[in-house]
Write a protein of this length. Structure first.
Length: 595
């Protein structure tokens, strides 16, 4: 065991406690001391990444931790702290451990020396786009005689841009108790719910939409459908109970688990600690199934064979909320750049550095002069080794656009190639080609669109489409075409917080969508790509934040021809990635089987 293991455990406990109440002077001093060490800084970042990858509002516009920290540093004199303290945002002051040992010139007594936050930046290990959950107090203190206890009602403490469907049309609000007995349906997004009476007893549950849950009258959580992860506090002997379709799951204290439940397959994953599954209405070799760290169990319910049980290895990567935004590093090197340039793109946007003055731009490394990517809004950047990628739409609206138009003549063939990592399931515009002229209502017509989608509750024309898919639209500007004749939806769902290589392509009369080196969908579509359109990345209209993409993008390449399957797969391998397994399903639109 590492000699600083006890200190790291203490740091984790104090960070958790600081989310609910002010730390004492000695606790603040202790947290700062530990977090200034190399191991402590890493542990603090890990805790932030785990707890705080959510926003406090039901939108994607919450401020990011990185912006707050860099605002602190931007005007900081040397020697450091006094003026910097005044720059710490009020909301951030409420959730960080502070040090009373340093003098403060801020008006609030909470505004002290934020040494451990500054040490994270100094250590160059701060993940640049994490959003802090600013829900404030997690529960209201209620006096009972001379003892102060905590209200036990579960509370929503943070969430991404969530779409809720509720049995009584109410919408859960951050910081408010969740009514018992009500079935809550999370259509889209990730929501974090706190159970328990204080920071050392109870659990944090992260529900991943689409999912349905119920808070029973006794405070017990019931998972009806979907996925969630749970981190329990308290001693190992204490247990929490979750009811699922396959039975009751008893979770030990200091444990981290994941649950999946639907009509056919249910899963229990134990990441750390232990859990006990008491199956309902099924007979196995034992009436109780005990799972320890790294173990998982899957239960299949079939009409002809009854229920079957399979044991396998637990996987955090199966759960969106268990992955940080830095999950799955994309390490693009010289081999990939060389392979792409050998295919001679007209537009090739890499995101390694900015050029010019405000507005800054990404230089085009393709063959067409002037097709640079001008920055719209405030994207953030994430570094994977020597490779830098753009992150748009997560902390604030941002995009990239070309001011010049392309192509000069209609194209019967073209390819749009890029790497994309969606932050969550949502409907957002990854890249599109739109008409330069704006319509009276502020919209623009599109000849090409590549989107991520979710279940469509508001777009009637897409309400029957499969949820959580890449969508590729190709149509002629001004032509009256039904949407069904221009759209392609990938056969399989995309993966949040995982890099995927995508190519949207026209090849003669064929419209094809490639995902990770395999054809994900195709159809017959003879219309050409319209001429003189503009490239836009990250949102559907250049002057509107409507339907913006939330996630990371890299290595955008656009060609005036159709890449061959060999070229596409060569590019993927040059990035150190593997080709997806071959898809055997037959495409209904084209009547062909994908290679």
């Amino acid at each position: 065991m590492a000699p600083d293991n006890d200190d790291l455990s203490t740091l984790r406990r104090l960070i958790l406690k600081s989310q609910q109440e002010s730390l004492s002077d000695s606790e603040s001093e202790q947290a700062n001391r530990i977090a200034q060490s190399k191991a402590g800084s890493k542990e603090a970042v890990a805790m932030i990444d785990q707890l705080c990858a959510f926003s406090e509002f039901s939108s994607l516009d919450s401020p990011s931790l990185a912006k707050d920290v860099f605002d602190v540093l931007r005007e900081q004199p040397d020697p450091p702290v006094k003026a910097a303290v005044r720059r710490v945002p009020t909301a951030l002051r409420n959730v960080v451990a502070v040090s009373p040992s340093a003098p403060s010139t801020a008006s609030s007594p909470k505004s002290s020396n934020y040494l451990w936050i500054l040490s994270l930046v100094a250590s160059n290990i701060l993940v640049a786009s994490l959003a802090w959950s600013l829900a404030g107090s997690l529960s209201k203190r209620q006096p009972v005689g001379d003892i102060v206890t905590q209200a036990v009602s579960p509370q929503l403490v943070s969430m991404t841009a969530c779409v809720w469907s509720s049995s009584d049309d109410s919408v859960p609000a951050i910081g408010q108790p969740i009514p018992t007995g009500e079935v809550l349906s999370l259509v889209e997004g990730i929501a974090e719910v706190r159970f328990g009476d204080d920071a050392t007893r109870g659990a944090v549950v992260r529900i991943e939409g689409p999912a349905s849950v119920q808070i029973r009258d006794n405070g017990e959580l019931r998972l009806l459908r979907g996925s969630l992860t749970l981190d329990s506090f308290g001693s190992d002997a204490e247990t929490l109970t979750i009811d699922t379709t396959i039975g009751r799951v008893l979770v030990a204290g200091q444990s981290s688990i994941g649950l999946v439940s639907d009509d056919i397959v249910s899963e229990v994953h134990v990441f750390t600690g232990s859990a006990l599954l008491n199956p309902r209405g099924v007979t196995f070799e034992t009436e109780q199934i005990r799972l320890i760290e790294s173990e998982a169990v899957r239960v299949f319910s079939t009409t002809d064979m009854g229920s079957q049980l399979v044991r396998f290895a637990a996987s955090k990567s199966s759960f969106v909320s268990a992955r940080s935004a830095g999950f799955d590093a994309l390490k693009i090197g010289d081999d990939y750049v060389k392979a792409v340039k050998q295919s001679e793109p007209g537009v090739y946007w890499r995101f390694e550095q900015l050029h010019g003055e405000n507005p800054f731009y990404i230089e085009n490394e393709g063959s067409i002069p002037g097709m640079n990517a001008v920055i719209v809004g405030n994207p953030t950047w994430r570094q994977y080794g020597n490779n830098r990628v753009a992150e748009v739409g997560t902390a604030r609206a941002s995009a990239f656009r070309a001011l010049e138009t392309w192509p000069e003549e209609p194209l019967g063939e073209y390819s749009v190639e890029l790497w994309v990592k969606p932050q969550l399931y949502h409907h957002g515009e990854v890249i599109c080609l739109h008409e330069q002229e704006e319509l009276e209502d502020g919209r623009h017509q599109h000849t090409m669109m590549l989107e991520v989608t979710t279940k469509h509750h508001f777009t009637h024309r897409l309400s029957d489409s499969a949820p959580n898919r890449f969508r590729f639209v190709h149509r002629q500007l001004g032509a009256p075409q039904p949407i069904s004749a221009t759209s392609l939806f990938a056969e399989q769902p995309y993966e949040p917080r995982v890099w995927q290589h995508v190519v949207a392509q026209k090849k003669g009369d064929r419209q094809l969508l490639w995902v990770n080196g395999q054809i994900a969908a195709e159809r017959i579509n003879p219309v050409p790509l319209s001429k003189n359109v503009q490239i836009l990345v990250g949102q559907v209209y250049p002057n509107s934040e409507y339907r913006r993409f939330a996630g990371q993008i890299d290595e955008i390449a656009i060609y005036d021809r159709a890449l061959s399957s060999q070229e596409i797969r060569t590019h993927i391998r040059a990035a150190g990635r593997s080709i997806a397994p071959k898809r055997e399903a037959t495409d209904k639109d084209s009547g062909t089987t994908s290679p």
